[in-house]
Design a protein around this ligand. Structure first.
Ligand code: NAD
Length: 349
């Protein structure tokens, strides 16, 4: 499929392919939708095998951001930047060059962190543009912690819905968000299992929370009430969904389900699935409220994730469809109610 065909299939507003030869910078910036406001979305640095893989990732993740911001009732749309990681990447120079590109968009896009991108990278972006969420910004707080708090609210809703008072939770990936989630769960007295492809990270979680370490290839199908995928996307495919032992799937990873049908398998098996773009919205809620609304505290908004999750669970049960389908319908409804047609001008931040 060509670029324009891919964008049309995904209903993506704008796709920018960019490169800076001296810095070894190559990537795509997908602005999926700005109907509700400027598009928010992190920057991902990854060793993509092919250009098509990177393009597909950018489009998929940007789309998920639109659903996420719409469902969270934010005055914002969705976007994503993906960068090719490779030995010839001059990191600081590359992120500064990306900052220049973001600045040229005049506020249509507000960037932030995603997998593979650290604070120093964002500081480099921030030397060229103010349209980047910097964790060092006074009063912003830790975005990964906010994401984990949101996941926790979503998980509480699932536990209440399932009538589970105490649960054993298996966390896949104890990176930025997974570690915060493990910390919160530990405080709540939860029995924790953790896995990470980086053994040092798993060891730290075991040490800090007394968690039991499980092999990465076993964590999602281990004996637990809840699995919390907090690593990469497509963690649950059809085969795994058919044999999953947990009663609840609730984690931070974007695009957890390998395909939409996996959500139907989980629903048929009575497994409560917390749609990723609903429960992992904590970080973007904080970013939007801080940068767009000037709000000092986002904890009350994060707590609404509990109510939204409860609503989605009840609607899915009543209508006999998957939670993923319900959440997507609600997000699309908000988007459609704000769309004016024909859209003649670009919205500026
Ligand atoms: P991170 O890179 O800090 O952590 C991911 C962790 O998963 C790493 O420790 C990595 O070693 C581990 N991992 C990778 N593959 C694994 C596997 N197969 N099994 C076990 N462990 C594995 O990333 P993060 O910021 O914590 O984000 C985690 C997920 O949550 C990502 O999918 C991200 O897109 C999503 N997310 C993050 C935020 C945020 O605020 N950081 C917000 C929304 C969504």
């Amino acid at each position: 499929m060509g670029l324009l065909e891919s964008m049309t299939a995904d209903d993506c507003e704008q796709l920018i392919a960019f490169q800076n030869r001296a810095a070894g910078l190559r990537g795509f910036l997908a602005i999926h939708d700005t109907t509700l406001g400027p598009a928010l979305g992190g920057i991902r640095l990854w060793r993509y095998a092919t250009e098509n893989d990177a393009l597909a990732d950018a489009l998929r993740l940007a789309h998920a951001m639109t659903l996420k911001t719409a469902l969270a009732e934010l005055p914002a749309g969705g976007a994503k930047t993906v960068l090719f990681d490779h030995p010839g990447l001059h990191r600081e120079q590359a992120f500064e060059a990306l900052g220049c590109l973001i600045e040229s968009l005049g506020g249509r896009y507000l960037s932030g962190p995603d997998v593979g991108v650290g604070a120093a990278d964002l500081e480099a972006v921030g030397r060229r543009t103010s349209h980047v969420a910097l964790e060092s910004a006074p009063g912003l707080g830790d975005i990964s912690e906010m994401t984990a708090i949101g996941v926790w609210h979503g998980l509480r809703a699932c536990l209440d819905f399932a009538g589970l008072r105490r649960a054993r939770v298996a966390v896949q990936g104890v990176g930025n968000v997974g570690l915060w989630l493990a910390r919160i769960l530990h405080r709540e007295g939860t029995d924790l299992l953790v896995a990470d492809v980086d053994p040092e990270r798993a060891r730290l979680a075991a040490q800090e929370f007394g968690a039991r370490v499980v092999a990465p290839e076993e964590i999602l199908n281990t004996e637990a009430d809840v699995v919390a995928p907090c690593a990469l996307g497509a963690a649950i495919d059809r085969a795994l969904a058919e044999r999953l032992r947990a009663r609840i799937v609730c984690g931070s990873a974007n695009n957890v389900l390998a395909s939409p049908e996996v959500g139907d398998v989980l629903a048929r098996r009575g497994i409560l699935y917390a749609p990723d773009f609903l429960v992992n919205a904590g970080g973007v809620i904080r970013g939007a409220e801080f940068y767009l609304l000037g709000r000092a505290d986002s904890h009350p908004s994060l707590a609404h994730i509990y109510d939204r999750m409860q609503k989605v669970l009840a609607l899915a049960r009543d209508r006999g469809i998957s939670t993923a389908a319900v959440a997507e319908e609600l997000a699309r409804a908000r988007l459609q109610s704000s769309k004016t047609f024909p859209q003649l001008t670009w919205r500026q931040a």
